[in-house]
Design a protein around this ligand. Structure first.
Ligand SMILES: Cc1cc2nc3c(=O)[nH]c(=O)nc-3n(C[C@H](O)[C@H](O)[C@H](O)COP(=O)(O)OP(=O)(O)OC[C@H]3O[C@@H](n4cnc5c(N)ncnc54)[C@H](O)[C@@H]3O)c2cc1C
Length: 318
């Protein structure tokens, strides 16, 4: 387990100055903030699951909820509809993801302007993944924003959005090197990003080393770890392989032999993510971003382990 370095202890997430110097026992977390990520559902059944998850997680008073965007604009309308409903009807601050791959600058500018007119003030600005098989050879076509930093710059020029960007503790799979990837993150910050949210990971030491390198490179914005509570381990392994995220042996061992035991898998998933959050908290992290996969249960349970409670108003309503 990673002992927090002095650098980490004094530069946790820049969200809660000094918080790391007097850690409270785990389970008494008045100083933890969370955010929850959802994706636009493809059909009515998943849509009802989404709104039930949003309703439940709202009660934990998250800093914000965010909604993903299909690269190339495939979920443009769905993302817009869910983002505006979360803000206007659910009453939670919301961030709209926006990817620039495969769309013209004019199309992207129009999507951003529509969000601004609808009162949305937070964008997660991303390049997105190019079509299958393009990978590292991807080159933007003329008239497109080539990289996320170009998108951040364009958003910043036109609107006063809060802008979050992606970061990769274990290096983005298409990056020329770890240093090149860190330089890319620095460019996004210099272009105006105010928060980075990481790719999911299980190796908390890798995250700690990444934070140290980022701070040394002069990246001072909060870097919020993305936490993936694993509901389907086989699928998580496939996804991790594609993203070059390492799943440590101990995680493999925990899930071994549980293929036909979904209850056990859920329990293990909650324990693994809670343990990960506990270590990150000790490293100075005070904001956690949950990849909910449109399900509340595991993220909710982990937040309860932080000592977060449903607000009284919500309990009275339900
Ligand atoms: C928190 C989070 C949310 C996400 N949400 C979505 C979503 O809603 N929809 C979706 O489709 N995908 C999403 N993704 C996935 C993301 O779009 C992909 O990982 C994508 O491949 C990289 O996006 P980026 O914004 O990091 O791109 P960039 O920052 O542009 O980096 C992409 C690659 O290019 C390299 N690079 C950057 N600048 C340069 C340069 N000038 N010259 C050469 N190389 C360069 C980087 O090192 C990296 O390898 C998300 C990822 C994260 C971590």
């Amino acid at each position: 387990m990673h002992a927090p370095s002095p650098l980490l202890a004094h530069s946790p997430q820049a969200t809660s100055p000094g918080a790391a110097s007097a850690p409270m026992p785990f389970g008494e977390r008045a100083d933890v903030g969370v955010s929850f990520e959802f994706f636009p559902p493809r059909d009515a059944a998943v849509e009802s699951q989404l709104w039930s998850a949003v309703g439940r997680l709202k009660s934990l008073r998250p800093a914000f909820m965010s909604v993903t965007y299909g690269a190339g604009g495939s979920t443009r309308e769905g993302t817009h509809r869910i983002v505006t409903r979360i803000q206007n009807e659910i009453g939670v601050a919301v961030a709209a993801h926006l990817t620039c791959v495969g769309s013209s600058q004019a199309q992207i500018d129009a999507v951003a302007a529509r969000y601004w007119s609808a009162g949305i003030r937070h964008i997660v600005a991303l390049r997105g993944d190019p079509p299958d098989g393009v990978g590292a050879d991807y080159r933007a076509r003329g008239g497109e924003y080539a990289h996320a930093d170009d998108l951040v710059r364009a958003l910043r020029r036109r609107h006063a959005f809060e802008i979050s960007v992606a970061a990769f503790p274990e290096v983005h799979p298409q990056a020329a090197s770890a240093q090149a990837d860190l330089d890319a993150l620095k460019r996004k910050v210099d272009a105006g990003a105010t928060r980075a949210i990481t790719q999911f990971f299980f190796d908390t030491d890798a995250f700690a080393r990444f934070i140290e390198r980022a701070r040394r490179a002069g990246i001072a914005i909060p870097i919020v770890p993305g936490i993936l509570p694993v509901t389907n381990f086989a699928r998580a392994c496939q996804f991790a392989a594609a993203c070059k995220v390492r799943i440590p042996q101990w995680v493999h061992r925990r899930f071994e032999g549980t293929d036909n035991d979904p209850d056990m898998r859920r329990l293990l998933a909650a324990m693994i993510a809670a343990e990960q959050c506990r270590v990150l908290y000790a490293q100075g992290v005070r904001h956690f971003h949950f990849y909910t996969l449109n399900r509340a249960e595991l993220s909710f349970a982990i937040c309860r382990m932080f000592g977060m409670c449903e607000d009284a108003m919500h309990r009275a309503e339900s």
